[in-house]
Design a protein around this ligand. Structure first.
Ligand SMILES: Cc1cc2nc3c(=O)[nH]c(=O)nc-3n(C[C@H](O)[C@H](O)[C@H](O)COP(=O)(O)O)c2cc1C
Length: 177
């Protein structure tokens, strides 16, 4: 899929089908994460691949919402080794999700509930000096969910998305409220 189309058309997938995500796809998604740039090339992250449904179910109980993680085919927990570097974690997560989309795989970021961060850390064996920035769910979209369409027209995608208009967010030379 064209990179521009993948970036603008990537939508969050709320429900997945039962189809598993093949290992070679998972590897490509992880490579997209690995390739991400970061401040001073610090690469302040680790990736935990969650293939075991039972572990995902337990982790789901610690999230802000449980259904997306319970219903996915696999997930990747993004561990941030330095909590100051959240911008880098955002770049990483979006790169993985856009790469997945371009490969035909749906995804969605999920946050751990602040009250359960220690529970999530304990379950995944994450050290106290690191944090779980997000848990990316992966899978093929269930019927009715957004899905990657390699032949979609970018102008049609942009005309339909639920986003602020450019006029509302872009200004020349100086900030405009
Ligand atoms: C179950 C669920 C959990 C989500 N959790 C988070 C989250 O913790 N952090 C975040 O940045 N986005 C999260 N999102 C994604 C945002 O809601 C989403 O990017 C935004 O609404 C735009 O969605 P769209 O691209 O499908 O229009 C979550 C989405 C869903 C469906």
């Amino acid at each position: 899929m064209d990179a521009y189309l993948a970036v603008i058309a990537k939508r969050e997938v709320r429900e997945y089908s039962d189809r598993p995500v093949p290992e070679d796809m998972l590897t490509k998604i992880l490579q997209a994460g690995r390739a991400t740039g970061s401040a001073k090339n610090a690469q302040p992250w680790r990736f935990i691949v969650l293939r075991d449904p039972e572990r995902r179910r337990t982790l789901a109980g610690f999230m802000r919402g449980r259904r997306n993680l319970e219903g996915c085919a696999a997930a990747i927990a993004i561990v941030l080794m330095n909590d100051q570097l959240r911008f880098d974690a955002g770049r990483l997560a979006q790169n993985m999700m856009v790469a997945a989309w371009a490969l035909g795989v749906g995804s969605c970021p999920n946050s751990i509930h602040p009250d359960h961060h220690d529970d999530g850390r304990a379950l995944l064996g994450v050290p106290a000096n690191a944090s779980i920035a997000t848990v990316i769910t992966l899978g093929y979209p269930a019927p009715g969910q957004p899905r990657p369409r390699p032949k979609a027209d970018p102008d049609e995608v942009l005309a339909r998305i639920d986003r602020l208009r450019l006029e509302a967010i872009v200004s020349d030379e100086r900030f405009k409220a």
